[in-house]
Structure formats: structure tokens, C-alpha cells
Design a protein around this ligand. Structure first.
Ligand code: 13P
Length: 358
């Protein structure tokens, strides 16, 4: 259940919001409610174009709108989806019946959120490394997004593993930006989802991924603490600890679960209500298996949940193919993936669930 306060869409741009920490904490906990997770549908213009290219569909404003409407109006999806991350264009769009997408979601018991960073750009002086932009003017944008119905935000930092990288400076600069973003979000009555993504690109082994993820999380929480961010009123969106995509020896599901849980136990305070993992380019089924295996290792101090983009949408996009006739087929496929991930929240996912759907 979304707390009553968040169902109200009466806030206007410029309102000073009556949001206290208790209310923020309740939104954070609602986002990681048992058996539920987040659908990341906040692809930027270049990213959604890439996804549409894969099904030979033009990335026009109307095509993006109708695809998002398909996702958000999937019958029964609210059983497994607690929140949806929207993109700037999407939060301003409406369903065919005229309701804004944030109304469609909120009226179905799903909390609307918004990606607020402006993308990862090259970090000057540090070849191969990125820094996320978007802090300038952020306070005003947050106020506007609240007025448009958002109740939480997301900011993604990117850390790349390669020869001699990441540098300490890159990790620190990104952690600093994440902390500034998170503090501003809480100030404006929005729950921040802090996403420091260590990419799976590269031929590094799983041990190297664990080492870099550990250094990243340690620095991120130190910066969040320095900036007086309330850990109880935020969520962390981490990568799983995985072998690099091009590594010749891929760690199995048990090892991924064990390494990821060990790493986050060491560096994520128990005060944080939940971790909502990104899928980061894993196959949909493997992302579900990994989440399931981690939850099966519980009990944990925080909820271990999902905030998947590709791992929730990939099969649905392929089933849709950009054709209106395929909408309900695509919605069934999305429902199925959400249901599997919902089961993985309890460590109760099994391969039979996939077979049953085919
Ligand atoms: P993926 O699950 O496709 O990695 O997307 C999650 C996300 O929101 C990345 O910022």
C-alpha cells in the first residue's frame, strides 16, 4: 500500500513539501515491500533508440509513449512491481485515456520515480573513465518532478574496470556527486536511489569485480555520511559481483551470490532498508537466478530486491515487435518475468516457473 500522502497529486511546482524523514522512510520501505521490486523504464533517448533498433522500430515520441503505456498497464503487474523509474519525457506523457503516466501508476498502487542524472560523460584527464553530470539546477528540477508525481529519484554513476582503472579519483568524484544528489533529493521530499554501477564489461575475473565494488561502496557510503544523508530514507542500487563479460572463466550462480552478499555485508549499513540490484546486461533468466540465490542465503539485514531494466523488458520488447496486435502477448511476457523476480525475492524461484510459461 502506498501511504495516503503519496497518492495525492496535489503538489504544484514550487510547493514547499510537508515531507519529513518518517514519510520518506515509509516510501523507501514500500519500494522494497515483500515479493516486489522496481521496473526501470528510464531509458534515455539514445538507449531507447538502441532497444527499438533491435526490433526495427522507429524511436518516435509516439512509439516511445505507446511502448511505455504497454508496460505500465500490464494487468496485475502491481502484484510484483512496487515502483517504476521514468525518464524526463515519459513523466510528461499520458496514457490514451488522458491520465498522466504517474497517475496511471499511482492509481494502481505503483510509486512513480524519475531518473534525474544527465548521463555519464568522459572524466577529463582520466582516459576511459566517466563522471555523471546533472547537479547544476537539480534542486529546481526535483521540485518540478515532485509536482509531476514523482516520489523517488535515481542517479547512476558508472565505474569501469580495465587496465589501471578505476582510479581512486574517479570513484571519489562519482561518490561525491551521488552524495550531493541524494542529499538534495531528501531535502525535496524524494527518496534517492543511489546507483554506483561497476560495469561488467571487460575480461576481469570475479575477484577483481568484488575488489572494485568494495572500494566503490566504501567510498559512496563515506560520502553519503559526510553529506548527512539519512540511510533509512534511501535505497542502494548496486551491481552484482560478477565475472567480466569477456572473462574466460565465468563464476557460477552460487559463487556470484556468495561474493555479492559478502561484499554488500561488508560495506552497506544495515540502516539502509533495501538493495535493488541492476541487471547490467545479464540475461533475464540469470538476473533472476542470481537474485533468488542471494535471497536463499538469507536472512539479511536489508531487503534484497531488483530494479531491472533490460532483465524485465528484453523478452517483452521482442514479443511486442512494435505491433499493436502483440500488446497483450508482450504484457503476458512482462508479467511472467515480474512474477519470476517476485518469487526470487523469497528465494522461491525455480526453472520450472520458466517451463510453465512456455
Ligand atoms: P539494467 O537492469 O538494464 O542494467 O537497467 C537498470 C538501470 O536503471 C540502469 O541505470
Amino acid at each position: 500500500m502506498i501511504p495516503a500522502l503519496y497518492m495525492k497529486n496535489s503538489y504544484k511546482k514550487g510547493d514547499i513539501l510537508p515531507m519529513n524523514q518518517q514519510e520518506l522512510e515509509s516510501v523507501a520501505r514500500t519500494l522494497v515491500a515483500a515479493g516486489k521490486g522496481i521496473l526501470a523504464a528510464d531509458e534515455s533517448y539514445p538507449t531507447i533508440k538502441k532497444r527499438f533498433d533491435s526490433i526495427n522500430h522507429d524511436s518516435t515520441e509516439e512509439n516511445r509513449r505507446s511502448y511505455r503505456e504497454l508496460l505500465f498497464t500490464t494487468p496485475g503487474i502491481e502484484k510484483f512491481i512496487s515502483g517504476v523509474i521514468l525518464f524526463d519525457e515519459t513523466i510528461r506523457q499520458a496514457a490514451q485515456d488522458g491520465r498522466s503516466f504517474s497517475e496511471v501508476l499511482a492509481q494502481n498502487g505503483i510509486i512513480p520515480g524519475i531518473k534525474v542524472d544527465k548521463g555519464a560523460k568522459d572524466l577529463a584527464g582520466f582516459s576511459g573513465e566517466k563522471i555523471t553530470e546533472g547537479l547544476d539546477g537539480l534542486r529546481d528540477r526535483l521540485i518540478e518532478y515532485r509536482g509531476l508525481g514523482a516520489r523517488f529519484t535515481k542517479w547512476r554513476a558508472v565505474i569501469t574496470i580495465g587496465k589501471g582503472i578505476p582510479s581512486r579519483y574517479c570513484i571519489h568524484a562519482n561518490a561525491h556527486a551521488l552524495a550531493r544528489y541524494a542529499a538534495l533529493s531528501q531535502e525535496e521530499g524524494l527518496v534517492p536511489i543511489v546507483e554506483p554501477e561497476v560495469l561488467m564489461d571487460g575480461d576481469h575475473d570475479i575477484e577483481r569485480c568484488e575488489e572494485v565494488t568494495a572500494a566503490t561502496l566504501k567510498t559512496v557510503f563515506s560520502e553519503l555520511f559526510e553529506h548527512r544523508v539519512a540511510f533509512e530514507a534511501m535505497l542502494l542500487k548496486p551491481n552484482m559481483v560478477l565475472s567480466g563479460k569477456e572473462c574466460s572463466e565465468q563464476a557460477d550462480v552460487a559463487k556470484v551470490a556468495e561474493s555479492t552478499v559478502r561484499c554488500v555485508r561488508r560495506f552497506v549499513p544495515a540502516a539502509v532498508p533495501g538493495l535493488v540490484f541492476l541487471s547490467g546486461g545479464q540475461s533475464s533468466e540469470l538476473a533472476t537466478e542470481h537474485l533468488n540465490a542471494m535471497n536463499a542465503l538469507g536472512k539479511h539485514p536489508w531487503e534484497l530486491s531488483f530494479s531491472y531494466g533490460r532483465a524485465l523488458q528484453e523478452h517483452a520488447l521482442k514479443a511486442w515487435k512494435g505491433e499493436a496486435a502483440n500488446i497483450s502477448k508482450a504484457q503476458n511476457v512482462l508479467y511472467h518475468r515480474a512474477e519470476c523476480n517476485g518469487a526470487a525475492r523469497f528465494g522461491k524461484y525455480s526453472k520450472e516457473m520458466e517451463a510453465a510459461a512456455t
